[in-house]
Every structure is written in C-alpha cells, then in structure tokens.
Design a binder for this molecule. Structure first.
Ligand code: HPA
Length: 267
C-alpha cells in the first residue's frame, strides 16, 4: 500500500473515528445524494490530497464515513472517470485508502445505457461480468507481479447472491447482466451498440470496470449495480444525453437505496 494512502487513512481516522470500515460504496452519476443517507463525517475530496477532482455534474465529491443499518461504511460520493484525465487509475488512491481503513469489499454503482428491451430505464442491473471494450487497464505500469489479476469471478458470487436476496426481500427482481465499458465521453454509435450486443453485453457505460480491476488487485471483494438511465444508442427514438442520465438516475437510486439497506442489515 502506498505511503499516501496510509497518511490519508490516518487523517480520515482522526476526523471520523478509529473504528474500521467494513464496506465501501462508490456512487455513480446522479446517485451522489446517497452520500447524505447516513449522518456520518463528510470530508471533501479537496481535503484529501491526491483524490480526484470529480468534475462531472450529478456527482457529489466527498467521502462520508457513516453508519448505515449498523454497518460502518465509506461512501464515495463521486468517482473519477477515465475520460476526465486519460488516467485509468484515477480511482486507485481512494480504493487503496478504503482498503487501508479496513474494508474487505466494495459496492460500485453506475448509470448505464441498456441493450435489452427487458431492462428499461429506471431498472437496476446487477453486474455478473464485464467486457473491457475500452481496452485500457489501470494496472498498466504496475511493477509488481500482483498485476496479473485473475478476473474469472471478479464480481463476487456471494455478494451477488446476497444482493439478489436483498432485492427479493424488498419485492424486487434484480436481474444480472454483462456491462461493457466504453471510454466516453462521447456516447456510443448505434453500430458500436449492435457490435457489443453480439458480443454478449447487456448494458453500456463509461466507468466501473477500471475500479473493479483495481479493487481485485487490492484484494477487495466486489459487487456492482447499474441504474439503467436510457436505452443505448440506436435502440430508441429518445435522444441520449447526460441530462437524461441525471434525470433518470434518481428513480433507480430509490430502489438502490432500499436494496442496499436490506443488504447491509443482512451483513
Ligand atoms: N452509454 C454510456 N454511458 C452511459 C449511458 C450510455 O448509453 N447511459 C448512462 N451512462
């Protein structure tokens, strides 16, 4: 672990208390308000040297250490995307800090476009796997042998099962699918969407995959949920925009919060 992450973890403990964090939660576009859910200690990313300057609207760039349903969490109100800086490892330090604070798993959330008629906007999709269509890797340049991270069960089967059960207990069906990562920031073309549909993708987005790779590298177990905010390019007459993402995300966020709370109660 880097010296920087140890120093930041120390600073966070001084502000929020020494008790270890059990779980990290990374909030995607339009979901940042979930960072207000607990009455925890909020620390702006600006105060955490090396944390990303999450500049995408719909994000809430602060770290909140909070107790939710009796579980101590580190909630990341915003994330850095590859398309903001050209750095795929922009979330490495926050994830290292999470690990340093004692977490053993991380739940990642995002907004995504759907490739399936049975996953309409407003639905949630549990990630069972991904396709790194951007072809970029946050571990390029990592010198240690640990860089050869197995990705066979990157999305932890136990966490997936627990999330499906939590959804079921809330009266919802949480279906699983494959998420394809495009770098963005431009949206995909209809031809690209047709291509990845042939390859087995169910949803498309501009985040999460580098964080999954980094989290597995750090030994964190991973769960991930997409909030479907739109049908992917060429799949509906509705024009695709970031505004649409922000407008639709809160609908999914409400469901997400219910599932999360139920999941936490079962931990
Ligand atoms: N494509 C990529 N990223 C997205 C989309 C999309 O259609 N919707 C929300 N994030």
């Amino acid at each position: 672990m880097s010296r920087k992450s140890k120093e930041l973890a120390q600073l966070i403990r001084e502000r929020a208390g020494k008790a270890p964090v059990r779980l990290g939660l990374v909030l995607g576009s339009g979901l940042g308000h979930l960072a207000e859910a607990g009455n925890g200690t909020a620390i702006a990313y600006e105060e955490l040297e090396g944390f990303p300057h999450a500049g995408v609207s719909g994000h809430n760039p602060k770290l909140v250490i909070a107790e939710l349903e009796g579980v101590r969490l580190a909630i990341f109100g915003g994330r850095a995307h590859y398309y903001e800086s050209g750095r795929a490892d922009a979330m490495r330090l926050p994830l290292e800090v999470l690990h340093e604070l004692g977490a053993e798993s991380v739940l990642l959330t995002n907004a995504a476009g759907s490739l399936r008629a049975d996953f309409p906007p407003g639905r949630l999709m549990l990630l069972e796997d991904h396709i790194n269509f951007a072809g970029i890797n946050p571990l390029i340049g990592e010198p240690s042998e640990r860089r050869f991270v197995p990705m066979t069960e990157a999305y932890d089967p136990q966490i997936r099962k627990a999330l499906r059960t939590a959804a079921h207990d809330e009266g919802m069906v949480l279906r699983e699918g494959v998420y394809a990562w495009f770098s963005g920031p431009s949206f995909e073309t209809p031809a690209e969407i047709r291509a990845i549909r042939e390859l087995g993708a169910d949803a498309v987005g501009m985040s999460t995959v580098p964080e999954v790779i980094l989290a597995r590298f750090l030994g964190l177990r991973v769960g991930a949920i997409s909030v479907i905010t739109n049908m992917a390019a060429g799949m509906s007459d509705e024009p695709i925009s970031h505004e649409q993402t922000k407008a639709m995300a809160p609908i999914g966020a409400e469901k997400l919060e219910k599932i999360l709370r139920r999941y936490l109660r079962g931990l």
